[in-house]
Design a binder for this molecule. Sequence first.
Ligand code: URA
Length: 239
Amino acid sequence: MRLDKYLADMSVGTRKELKEMIRKGRVLVDGVPVKDPGTAITGAEEVTVDGAKIAYTAFEYYMLNKPAGVISASEDSRQTTVVDLIEDRKRKDLFPVGRLDKDTVGLLMITNDGDLSHRLLSPRFHVDKVYYARIAGAVTESDVKAFADGLKIDDTLTALPAKLEILSVTAAPDPVSEIEVTIREGKFHQIKRMFAARGMEVLYLKRLSMGPLVLDPGLQEGEYRPLTEEEISALNDFL
Ligand code: URA
């Protein structure tokens, strides 16, 4: 890999800034100033910028407990994105694996591994996503059956069969239901639209898991941690 790409990937600067830094002799490879931005780097060398060692990371994987109020995007000129929350990130090419609505909270994976992301999101793999929700209204067994049968959302969309579990329903006159729902697809506003099709509104929505990846209960909303080796292997083995 070229030296300037190595440093750009690690967010040291823009290509233009890096060219300048390299030409000024601020970048050393194995202790020797290197003046050519195109110098080939294998990854075995020690690269320093102004004396600080810059290790190379090819892939990063994070689990975020997404808070409400941030958008599922990599960058945005006005709004905070989920990638902005990953303060320890080294790579500049991170993105969220799929989208949660701005007001949805819970499990979101952030990575730069496009291949893994693609497989996790591919409709071909039918990866189970489990959500906890609070619903305005009394969810009943007839809703459970409708979800299991494959709910017609509108003229263009019939959901695949989904598992709906009723956890609790508060008393009338304004009942609120707590539910868990498992879906195998990820259409735009899918859960909100499924409940809307049953005449109910989602008040709170939290993703608990995606395939083998389960939200760490130790993460408060807005907190994140790197995935463990076991979690990365589980995702790769599963797909
Ligand atoms: N379904 C929704 O309606 N919103 C989400 O954020 C995720 C699933």
